[in-house]
Design a protein around this ligand. Structure first.
Ligand code: SF4
Ligand code: SF4
Length: 391
């Protein structure tokens, strides 16, 4: 990765995979208190279309086709996001998937995923997902108590039952098993959550996210988050059946040299780039940064006026990309820095000095990484193999 003092432009010369976070809607039926999109200070969604139009999707697809050919891309991953994507009509989402698949699949290796709170899923939705090979991720934080702590609707009502109903339909009828994404809460019980997911809900694909906090607003106990991951790791490796926990799988992949996907796909990898497309057809970088002051003033570049090639060379876009690919000076002596890369950019930010900080979760992650490496060493993995990607 680049260092904090490096001020080179990002060339994207080696780009092979483009990830597109596509905001098909910018409204939601929930009001989760930690939501980076609606409740972190950026209200730009209020000026954007509630639902993306057919014309905007067609324009995006043309721009992506052009960009894929110019750049000789190998893969495009479209992530259908919101807000809550299932607020749009089935016919609308069906036609969006049609437009994307029929035009891009002949040009690149294409994947389509959707991230939803699952509350509106029914059999007709599942037919749409199956027809277009859409992989489904459902947001659910654990037991009803865990979920109700943050994921309530606009009138303060629980979303748990509706989400679990949608999840169970997916488990029964979706052609590929759904994944579940949970945000870690500092005082939650990892054992209760893991057991709920594994035994009550029969899930085999999990992921855990650290809350989108930064140095301006984090006042929690970083070590508690690391301990949460340590306990999940211990339960995962002792599980009688194979379980995928994405954050742990990605850490292991980095350790064994299979690419670094920890805290964002290929974050430090020149072959990857992630863009966000708003419901109005505006393009910008990874928008999780909207919860930081760094984002204020970022104006999306409109697809009607700009090609994607121009947008990624826009000075502000470059500044964002450089920040993501740069490790903090304070991490220069850390053995994990190639793997951890100072953590997720949003967690590194402080108004006083931008991204030149270790993640707010540093202490916890250090404990988690150390625990996993110790486990691997104690279970016979050769030290030279598991330390090859450390510094
Ligand atoms: S369901 Fe997702 S988009 Fe909607 S408020 Fe919750 S976190 Fe935000
Ligand atoms: S563990 Fe902490 S010090 Fe090490 S690279 Fe990550 S954020 Fe930096």
């Amino acid at each position: 990765m680049l260092t904090a003092t490096d001020r080179r432009a990002v060339s994207f010369r080696k780009l092979r995979t483009l990830e597109v976070v596509l905001k098909v809607t910018e409204r939601c039926n929930l009001d989760c208190d930690y939501c980076y999109f609606f409740n972190a200070g950026d209200d730009s969604y209020k000026n954007h279309a509630a639902f993306i139009s057919k014309d905007t999707v067609a324009l995006l697809v043309r721009r992506l086709t052009e960009f894929s050919k110019e750049r000789k891309l190998e893969r495009i991953a479209i992530h259908l996001h919101g807000g809550e994507p299932l607020l749009m009509s089935k016919a609308q989402l069906d036609s969006i998937c049609d437009e994307i698949r029929s035009n891009l699949a002949p040009v690149v290796d294409l994947s389509i995923t959707i991230q939803t709170n699952g509350m509106l899923i029914d059999l007709e939705w599942i037919e749409v997902f199956n027809r277009h090979g859409v992989a489904v991720g459902i947001s659910l934080d654990g037991t009803q108590e865990d979920n109700d702590a943050h994921r309530l609707d606009h009138r303060g009502r629980s979303s748990y039952q509706a989400t679990v109903r949608g999840l169970e339909l997916c488990q029964r009828h979706l052609s590929q098993p759904p994944g579940v994404l949970a945000v870690i809460a500092e005082n939650s019980d990892p054992k209760a959550i893991y057991e709920h997911f594994r035994h009550d809900l029969g899930l085999g694909r999990l992921d855990f996210l650290l809350p989108d906090l930064n140095h301006d607003n984090f006042d929690g106990d970083a070590e508690a988050y690391g301990e949460f991951l340590v306990q999940i790791f211990d339960m995962m490796v002792n599980d009688e059946e194979p379980v995928s926990v994405r954050i742990i799988d990605h850490f292991l992949a980095s350790i064994y040299g299979y690419g670094n996907f920890l805290f964002g796909a290929g974050r430090g990898d020149p072959e990857y780039l992630l863009i966000t497309v708003s419901s109005d057809g505006g393009v910008g970088p990874d928008d999780t940064l909207r919860s930081t002051k760094f984002w204020s003033g970022y104006e999306y570049r409109d697809l009607r006026s700009y090609r994607i090639e121009e947008i990624i060379h826009d000075p502000l876009f470059q500044e964002f990309e450089l920040a993501k690919k740069t490790t903090a000076s304070a991490c220069s002596g850390c053995c994990w820095r190639n793997v951890c890369g100072s953590g997720q950019p949003v967690h590194r930010y402080a108004t006083r000095n931008g991204f030149d900080n270790p993640t707010v979760y540093c202490k916890g992650l250090d404990g988690f990484y150390t625990h996993v490496l110790r486990y691997l060493a104690l279970h016979g993995e050769p030290l030279e193999k598991i330390s090859a990607n450390l510094v």
